[in-house]
Design a protein around this ligand. Structure first.
Ligand code: HEM
Length: 359
């Protein structure tokens, strides 16, 4: 009886303890965090959102050039990681370690990093003040774009100790096999690469064809939507600038540039059905992107020593984009719904045949 009373009391005690919410740390502007060590990242993100500007950030928190560049920078920093090279006792890079800022003098000289000069110099000002925060800026950039999901953010990466070696960043003129082998070495599956390429839905090019600098990869470059996956499947008929360039595939219409790597991955038998599955599937696309971005941000890093400060990234406030429609100027006489039904039908019955289609 006594024993029963004691164990009942301990049960009540344990239940009471576990029901008591643990106190949250108070941060600036009335915000709170599970751990006091995350508070500083609210301030860093405030600073980035207000002041990161390539030409005098985030243009005050919008989905503009700086936000796009900050996202691209997070990929170029993280993919600089090769377990294969390390296994050969060569320098293999430490992935998402901020080396592209810390060792900018070396890494900005790599051809694949062309076009990142301004964002690296802009983010360096924040790195000097707060420590390198490439992955925080990227997470902040995505939620500035309508349709962009909330991406997790883990803080506390050790400072980069050396530059990542050359030739680890994929190039748009590389073959699909080379691209997939490179990302697989870094730890990403082909599907995860397709997830991450949702980033090109808010992308513009400057360097592939400099005569049409600022040309987007889809018709809605300020919206994180599925149009990029749809439009890369349309039959290419024009060179939108002054002719063909390495890294470029024919585009379905003027005013849009198609990267050769995007065109090839959209049609590659191992990735084409996964690719087309995102057409008009906003929520799965955004959710897969967020999951794969979380993985990208940890390449080469030890997650066990990092602090989960994801709560500092505010939830998206912009409305979800409308369903995709086929852009004017395409010769396709179908609705998107009919188009998606054909894609799904082919993927179910004849996977690998999308490559032979000319929509
Ligand atoms: C096969 C892999 C990839 C290749 C070959 C590739 C290649 C390129 C190229 C050539 C550009 C145009 C750069 C310029 O001319 O300014 C670009 C832009 C961009 N890329 Fe990628 N990319 C890849 C994957 C990724 C990934 C995984 C991300 C992000 C997670 C990303 C984010 C971006 C963004 C946001 C832009 C637009 C930058 C802007 O608007 O200034 N890319 N990419």
């Amino acid at each position: 009886m006594k024993l029963f009373t004691l164990s009942t009391l301990s049960l009540v005690y344990i239940t009471t303890i576990s029901a008591t919410p643990s106190p949250r740390a108070t941060c600036s502007k009335g915000r709170t965090a599970t751990s006091g060590s995350c508070c500083v990242w609210y301030n860093v993100l405030d600073d980035i959102q207000a002041n990161l500007r390539v030409s005098f950030l985030f243009d005050g928190g919008i989905c503009g050039e700086d936000a796009h560049d900050a996202l691209r920078l997070s990929f170029h920093d993280a993919i600089g990681y090769s377990p294969l090279l390390k296994s050969q006792r060569k320098v293999g890079g430490d992935g998402a370690d901020g080396s592209l800022i810390m060792f900018a003098s070396a890494e900005l000289g790599y051809p694949a990093n062309e076009g990142l000069e301004e964002i690296v110099h802009s983010e360096k000002r924040f790195a000097d003040k707060w420590g390198v925060s490439i992955q925080l800026a990227a997470a902040g950039s995505v939620r500035n774009c309508a349709g962009g999901p909330r991406i997790s953010f883990l803080a506390g990466r050790p400072s980069a100790t050396h530059a990542s070696p050359v030739d680890l960043v994929t190039e748009a003129f590389d073959s699909v096999d080379k691209i997939l082998a490179r990302v697989q070495d870094a730890g990403l599956t082909p599907q995860e690469l397709v997830d991450l390429l949702a980033s090109h839905s808010i992308g513009l090019q400057d360097t592939v064809d400099p005569t049409i600098s600022g040309t987007p990869f889809d018709t809605t470059p300020s919206v994180f939507d599925t149009k990029f996956y749809l439009e890369t499947l349309l039959h290419g008929t024009v060179w939108p600038g002054d002719g063909a360039h390495p890294s470029e595939a024919m585009s379905p219409f003027e005013g849009e540039l198609r990267l050769q790597s995007d065109a090839a991955l959209a049609q590659y038998p191992r990735t084409s059905c996964y690719w087309s599955g995102f057409v008009n599937n906003q929520n799965p696309m955004a959710s897969r992107f967020a999951t794969s971005m979380a993985k990208l941000a940890l390449l080469g890093q030890n997650p066990h020593i990092l602090q989960d400060c994801s709560e500092v990234i505010p939830p998206p406030t912009l409305p979800n984009p409308p369903a995709a429609t086929l852009p004017k100027g395409t010769t396709l006489e179908l609705t998107v719904l009919q188009f998606v039904i054909i894609l799904n039908f082919l993927c179910l019955l004849l996977p690998g045949q999308i490559a032979k289609l000319h929509f």
